[in-house]
Design a protein around this ligand. Structure first.
Ligand code: GDP
Ligand code: MG
Length: 676
């Protein structure tokens, strides 16, 4: 009922008597082929064909050794529901050399069928025997040693040579780790007829094993090490498959429990045998080991495990990081265009947390030191990427804070009686609080991020802004003060000058002093609003006096241009000549003396001109002259000059000519009356 299965992977090749019972067949993989090449497909098998992708440590690995045609493959297929090739009884064809691997049906057990380890039987060299032994010991927790009952006690048989090799390579790999990492050797004695009890068989085997161990040349320092420091042993028998088929089946069922039932007293996969390789890293680890074996390099498992950890941690980090990068992309555009991303802190924390968790889930199974280092690398990398958003958001918070400050300030200053310093301080506090709250919310744990510099810059910025704003507001105030001064000066000064006479300048000076006093009071009031200090106040007062004076002299100049002067003189002359002492218009009669009043009025009027030569700064209230300090573009003495000698002459001459017309008019009016 056994049949030959051609060398076709994945063919349903359940070889035993009840093929109908096994509708699903697990694919096997030619892990190491006849050319001793390691299959590139192990990871695909683990992740896709088998169900071990996320198994982590929750899987086990065993290998079977033994002479050719001792029913190894047959046993595995019975035990694990696998589909390893079985040699046909009729054809007696050699099955494929190499190592085959498959997952056990409905169990997280990987099993390796090692073929062709009995090179010595066929007279071949023992090269592959040694290589496959090394590989199996480095990867498997349990080695099943399969032999016929009649091979027991044949100390010089092929099996013993194989076991010697296994002991040697095991010492090579775990020599320094005595008692820590052990390998379980499970001897399965086939075609047990029952005449010799298991106890006797196992004693014979144990004695042989001790003898082999004794004969081994041990590494330096391990000369006295014991076989039990490195190996545990189990022995079991199976009935003859052809002679006692039912007993054979029930023996196999019993044996299966040792692989599948953790509460079985003989459960084989004990923690001390574990090679600590997570399922998702097995392909890399096993491939690396085979590579070392093939290149004849020193094979030490700690280094292999570190290499594995580095490789896998990098892979896992890259996968987690790709998701991470994709998620944080959404922040770029809004932040770069100056927006403040709502809940950026919690969002970044969440995304980073997910990435780290996804890394931890798979990577934490690997070599602790490497994992820790790679984790810290990954965290640093993630933090570096996130920091760009942290800094971007800080910048935007800063900008927003300055805007808030400006708006607040302008609003508050519009309120009458507000004090600049109070407004500035309360606004400053408000926007700094705003900034700090926003900054704290985006500073993640486990980072070196800091917002101190940005905060410092913001404080400086607010200070500068407040200073500039104060200057602007102050200027606004001074401008309105100037308008006010002009209003207070222009009309009264005009009036005073249009009523020329000896008290004219005294009145002008009085107007000036009164205006300046008003201005000073206003400045005092504003001093509080703008926090003006003594010096600033003093300077503003000096400016005020000068400014008022300049405004005043301008008005005086306007009033003393030729036209205005002639107007003033004409008015005064008319008042004197054309009106009598009661203010009534004069009507000249033929007997009236016109010449005398004319001359008198004209002389009195002309006398006014020298009054306009220079401003007289005698303050009537104080009885003394006042002065203003000269400045770069201000010459007080010069500002007093109104009409030069020449202009006085010109104006006098012009006026006299105009007055002649009045004289003639008066004369004509008499003639006209006489003619009636
Ligand atoms: P392998 O080379 O060790 O893998 O051996 P196979 O499983 O290919 O079996 C070799 C031959 O032994 C086949 O013809 C099987 O039918 C036969 N065989 C398998 N199991 C037993 C057994 O328990 N007892 C005996 N006598 N023959 C068996
Ligand atoms: Mg086989």
């Amino acid at each position: 009922n056994d049949h030959v299965v051609p060398d076709v992977i994945d063919s349903p090749s359940l070889n035993n008597s009840k093929p109908a019972q096994t509708p699903t067949v697990l694919s096997r993989l030619h892990l190491i082929d006849e050319e001793q090449k390691f299959s590139a497909e192990l990871s695909t098998y683990i992740n896709e064909k088998w169900t071990l992708k996320d198994a982590g440590f929750n899987y086990n690995l065993a290998a079977i050794f033994g002479s050719q045609s001792t029913g190894k493959s047959t046993l595995l297929n019975r035990l694990f529901g696998t589909s390893f090739d079985v040699m046909s009884e009729s054809a007696r064809r050699q099955t494929t050399k190499g190592i085959w691997i498959s997952q056990g049906k409905d169990m997280n057990v990987l099993i390796m069928d090692v073929e062709g380890t009995d090179g010595r039987e066929r007279g071949e060299d023992q090269d592959f025997e040694r290589k496959s032994a090394l590989f199996s010991v480095a990867t498997s927790e349990v080695l099943i040693v399969n032999l016929w009952e009649h091979q027991v006690g044949l100390y010089n048989g092929a099996n013993m040579g194989l076991l010697k090799t296994v002991f040697e390579v095991n010492l090579q790999l775990f020599g320094g780790n005595r008692g820590k990492e052990k390998t379980l050797l499970l001897f399965v004695i086939r075609d047990h007829v029952g005449a010799t009890p298991l106890a006797n068989l196992s004693n014979t085997l144990k004695a042989d094993l001790e003898r082999i161990w004794h004969g081994l040349s041990k590494p330096e320092g391990l000369e006295d090490c014991k076989i039990t420091d490195y190996f545990d042993f189990m022995f079991t028998t199976l009935a003859h498959k052809l002679l006692q088929p039912e007993k054979f089946e029930s023996d196999v069922d019993q044996l299966r429990l040792r692989f599948t039932n953790p509460s079985d007293p003989n459960y084989v996969f004990q923690p001390q045998y574990s090679r600590r390789v997570p399922a998702d890293g097995l392909h890399f680890y096993a491939g690396g080991i085979w590579d070392k074996i093939m290149t004849n390099k020193d094979l030490d498992l700690p280094t292999q495990q570190e290499l594995l950890a580095q490789y896998r941690c990098d892979e896992i980090a890259n996968t987690a990081f790709a998701v991470f990068q994709d998620k944080i992309k959404e922040f770029r555009q809004p932040i770069e265009s100056g927006n403040i991303v709502e809940d950026l802190g919690p969002k970044m924390r969440e995304i980073r947390g997910v990435a780290m968790k996804s890394f931890d889930k798979d990577a934490s199974r690997y070599h602790a030191e490497v994992y820790k280092r790679k984790r810290s690398d990954m965290l640093t990398k993630a933090n570096t990427m996130l920091e760009a958003y942290f800094l971007g958001q800080l910048k935007n918070l800063h900008k927003k804070a300055v805007n808030m400050f400006s708006t607040n300030l302008q609003q508050a200053l519009r309120i009458e009686g507000s004090e600049f310093s109070v407004v500035v301080n309360s606004s400053k506090k408000e926007v700094l609080d705003y900034f700090l709250q926003g900054a704290k919310a985006i500073k993640l744990e486990e980072t070196e991020w800091s917002y101190d510099e940005e905060l410092y810059q913001l404080e400086q910025g607010l200070k500068d802004f407040a200073t500039a704003q104060r200057e602007k507001e102050l200027n606004k105030m001074l401008n309105s003060l100037e308008k006010h001064l002009r209003k207070e000066l222009d009309e009264p000064v005009g009036l005073a000058l249009n009523n020329p006479g000896p008290g004219m300048w005294g009145r002008v000076i009085t107007i000036y002093q009164r205006t300046v006093e008003d201005g000073e009071q206003l400045l005092h009031k504003k001093a509080r609003t703008f926090d003006l200090n003594q010096d600033e106040q003093g300077e503003l007062l000096i400016n005020l006096r000068r400014q008022a004076w300049v405004l005043l002299t301008k008005k005086v100049q306007e009033e003393s241009v030729d036209g205005m002067m002639l107007l003033k003189l004409r008015n005064r002359f008319e008042e004197k000549f054309r009106y009598d002492e009661h203010g009534l218009p004069r009507v000249w009669k033929p007997d009236d003396d016109i010449d005398t009043p004319f001359r008198k009025a004209r002389d009195e009027t002309v006398e006014l001109v020298p009054l306009f030569a220079k401003i007289n700064t005698l303050d009537p209230a104080k009885g003394e002259k006042f002065e203003l300090e000269p400045a770069e573009d201000f010459d007080f003495d010069q500002s007093l000059k109104v009409l030069s000698e020449t202009r006085q002459q010109e104006i006098t001459t012009k006026f006299k000519r105009e007055s002649d017309a009045f004289y003639l008019e008066a004369k004509r009016s008499v003639v006209a009356t006489q003619a009636k």
